[in-house]
Unconditional design. Sequence first.
Length: 364
Amino acid sequence: MRIFGTTLVVVIITVAIGVLASNLKVDDPTTIADTAATSTFLTNDEQNNISVFKSASPSVVFVTNTQLRRQRFSLNVMEIPRGSGTGFIWDESGLIVTNFHVVQGANKITIKLQSNKSYQATVIGSAPEKDIALLRIDAPNEDLLPLPLGDSTSLAVGRKVLAIGNPFALDTTLTVGVVSALGREIKSIANRTIKNVIQTDAAINPGNSGGPLLNSNGELVGVNTAIYSPTGASAGIGFAIPVNAVKVIIPQLIEHGKLIRPVLGIETLTDYWMKRLRVKGVAILTVREGHPAAKAGMIGVREDRRGKIHLGDVIIAINGENVHHVDSLLNQLEQFSPGDTVEVTTLKDEKIHNYNVQLVAPDQ
């Protein structure tokens, strides 16, 4: 009985192996080739993603913000990592662009390239009102591969965009999405409105700040700067500063270390007081003698003999574009350069006044 049982088991196993082998067809070279071809097939979109990442990632850097703190009892000075973010190489001289909030308050800024080489950076200039900072590192030219610049005005809702950054310190992470909307407005760290911002659903998380937003040609179209999220993680709503705005900011940071805005030569009431006084527009508090507003004949707040306060000129438009508050006035002035002449429309004594004013640089 034992021999019979053994023989039966052997027969069953042999038959099973024969059936399995016939089903697998392991000796069929056509089946193996088809499987390999399927596993290596890439769509055009996948090929584009890979191509853009390979060409752009060497230009993306890891930014570490370090602060110096003195220990309470020993009084020893220690380096404390304050945060990290992303940046990208602007040109072959070693200029690095990132967000201002990434490097704010730093005593030491370290830039790590894709080659894993690290360099200490110096701050060339910053524009907190636009959340842009410009750094410089001393690195060999072969390590400095700037990103090609695109044109943010060519974007349209639905176009593909790619973001490369270091979310949660996971360096060189690629996310892909589309332009969800254009012309958005967000508040900067300086509580100034940044206009014409790009909205995207490409995943942007803490650590992506300062990184590039790219089009399908691998060109820079924006600088990732903020997300809208109740949890602090990506919720499919990210924002990027358009590259055309960055193109204007960087030369000023190189030359002046800050964003230069032409001025009228006035001091204004704060938004708080204008709300209390129910003023629609921007009320001039004082006019600086010898400056454009004074030369044009504008006046500020004045007090009569009885101590009653009277408003002077209230700015309601610049070149026909309405002015609602101080922030909108400053944003409109940023569109011009010192020496440009603008038409300033004001309300004074319940009458409309128009002044042609030649703007000057802040130090004049």
